[in-house]
Design a protein around this ligand. Structure first.
Ligand SMILES: C[S@@+](CC[C@H](N)C(=O)[O-])C[C@H]1O[C@@H](n2cnc3c(N)ncnc32)[C@H](O)[C@@H]1O
Length: 203
């Protein structure tokens, strides 16, 4: 098995690489590419792994991209593989303007849920404070008060994800979603996602 990790933060990449090497039970080669996914070309990926790739897991990272870049990244990834998993947080921070009443409400619910989760975690007091103040609240304030461009997070609703996937032409490849945020963690098929509020099933 060949695994390629793509991540722009060297520190995060190192943690992920060490975790994979220590926990994958089958013989596997683990490679890493320190890059923003939108800056990676097919040629570059071809140099790292043999195509076609069996599956891509876009794990909680595409929300860092604005809509057009999300579409382009999904198109590139799904062109290279048989299946694409999109694991994402659900929020409505893609199109709303800074300081609009809608974004204030959305940020309150979204980050309120995540902050509440940290208090139930096994983090030490110091790590908990750093996670809450240095990470979650920092993001929340940037979404609330920064310009759209300076924001690093463009959390997207299920409905918007469906449209983004359609626009990228990757509908037949995206087999599952996993939305984390306001709702309990769920894995849904694309058709379940489409029929809003209908039954969800684990894949
Ligand atoms: C919420 S964390 C998720 C980390 C990990 N993938 C996981 O699922 O646990 C978001 C990650 O996306 C990375 N990221 C930010 N911008 C990115 C981009 N343009 N392309 C790829 N990854 C990006 C961040 O460095 C960060 O490690």
């Amino acid at each position: 098995m060949d695994l390629l990790l793509v991540e722009p933060s060297r520190q995060m990449l190192q943690i992920a690489e060490e975790y994979c090497r220590a926990n994958i039970r089958h013989p596997a080669s683990v490679q890493s590419l320190c890059a923003n996914i939108e800056a990676v070309t097919e040629t570059r990926l071809r140099q790292c792994v043999e195509l076609p790739i069996t599956f891509v897991n876009a794990s909680a990272s595409l929300h860092h991209l604005q809509r057009t870049a999300k579409i382009a990244a999904l198109r590139l990834l799904s062109n290279l593989c048989k299946f694409t998993f999109v694991s994402e947080l659900e929020g409505n921070h893609e199109e709303l303007q800074p300081l609009s009443p809608e974004i204030v409400f959305s940020v309150l619910i979204f980050y309120g849920t995540l902050v509440a989760d940290t208090t139930r975690s096994i983090l030490t007091e110091v790590d908990l404070e750093s996670c809450r103040d240095g990470f979650l609240m920092a993001e929340a304030f940037l979404i609330l008060g920064g310009t759209r461009e300076s924001r690093g997070d463009y959390h997207t609703t299920k409905n918007q994800w469906g449209k983004i996937i359609t626009a990228s032409g990757s509908e037949s490849k995206v087999v599952a979603y996993e939305f984390i945020g306001r709702y309990p963690l769920r894995i849904m098929t694309l058709s379940a996602l489409r029929s809003a509020g209908s039954t969800t099933r684990k894949c």
